[in-house]
Design a protein around this ligand. Structure first.
Ligand code: C5P
Length: 325
């Protein structure tokens, strides 16, 4: 089974490279301070989950970089229920500002690559949701272009490029693409310490209307006594289901709730559904519920779907490395 799955996830056919880009959630997110460069110092526990965008990079003889980016609506569970799926999925940025295009262009420039690339990106991860879709796509693009152009760039080099493009991209490189899918991130999010934690069954929900990350950060407040990620990491490394904290910390939840009343509605619903724990992911508006097992996650997904709260995805935690091995 794993062999077959692995072939699906990273395929190198002739010179075309195909990579899956997982979504993430933040199981813990605390703010430690505001930095002179305008970013926030933070500590966060991120885990990759099995909702994937798909990316293909084919090298070209001319230096031109072409990006074909579209929503893979047919593949998204329940998508057809919504008359206008764009309110749940968000907008696709134009080519030049798309992080995938910028990542491949940066690698081409920095490594003096004479070839170009044709990139096909099929998206399922809703944007402006705190699920990290654009950052994951950028990490996948760096990995795929590095292979397609036969550059052999070491992970440290890719990681530097990743950090210069966005705070969450190094997580997707170190943990999403190359690790267990679980990590503590510090600094502005770019310092990554991966760990092996237990597998979780979850449900993701993207309510109508996304949130802008800078806007949410602008409204946040730094706590006087910050909480630590240690209890969450210990819970993930423990076999005891009960060790998972019922109250999950996300310091961005309060400012996000001021911007989107749908987050409170999701919190109330999840309370009624007897889930292990629930919280908003990243800067929102995406929300997640940790469930007892896969069948519980299916039941919770069906209830949330019936409640018409948004686009619903039952998922498990995953790392691409484990899936490829
Ligand atoms: O690094 P990224 O492009 O994802 O950040 C988007 C915006 O989110 C930043 O411009 C900043 O306003 C905010 N941010 C922050 N502190 C962080 C990460 C992001 O203030 N650690």
């Amino acid at each position: 089974m794993i062999g077959k799955v692995a072939r699906m996830f990273l395929q190198r056919l002739a010179s075309k490279v195909s990579v899956l880009a997982p979504a993430k959630i933040n199981l813990f997110l605390e703010l430690l301070g505001k930095r002179p460069d305008g970013f926030h110092e933070l500590e966060t526990v991120m885990v990759a989950v099995s909702l994937f965008d798909q990316l293909e990079v084919t090298p070209q003889t001319t230096p031109h970089i072409e990006l074909d980016c579209a929503w893979q609506l047919g593949q998204i569970a329940q998508a057809s229920q919504w008359p206008d799926p764009s309110q749940f999925l968000g907008d696709l940025p134009p080519t030049e500002s798309n992080l995938v295009y910028r990542a491949v262009k940066l690698l081409q420039t920095e490594e003096n690559v004479s070839q170009g690339a044709r990139i096909v990106l099929r998206k399922r991860i809703p944007s402006a949701s705190g699920f990290g879709g654009a950052s994951s796509d950028a990490a996948a693009a760096l990995v795929a272009a590095n292979l397609a152009w036969n550059l052999g760039c070491p992970i440290q080099r890719l990681s530097e490029l990743a950090a210069s493009l966005g705070s969450d991209i190094p997580f997707f490189l170190h943990a999403g693409q190359l690790g267990s899918g679980q990590a503590v991130a510090t600094g502005r999010g770019e310092k990554i310490a991966t760990f092996e934690g237990k597998r979780l069954d979850l449900v993701l929900v993207r309510p109508a209307g996304g949130l802008s990350t800078p806007e949410v950060f602008r409204r946040c407040r730094i706590p006087e006594t910050p909480e630590s990620a240690k209890a969450m990491v210990a819970a993930l490394q423990s076999d005891q289901q009960a060790s998972m904290p019922r109250q999950l910390t996300n310091r961005l939840c309060l400012p996000a709730r001021e911007l989107s009343p749908r987050i409170d509605r999701l919190a109330t619903l999840c309370e009624q559904l007897d889930v292990v724990a629930h919280q908003m992911s990243g800067s929102g508006s995406g929300y997640f519920a940790i469930c007892r097992n896969r069948s519980h996650a299916q039941r919770v997904a069906a209830r949330l779907h019936a409640a018409n709260v948004g686009m619903v995805f039952p998922v498990t935690t995953c790392g691409m490395r484990a899936l490829r091995n």
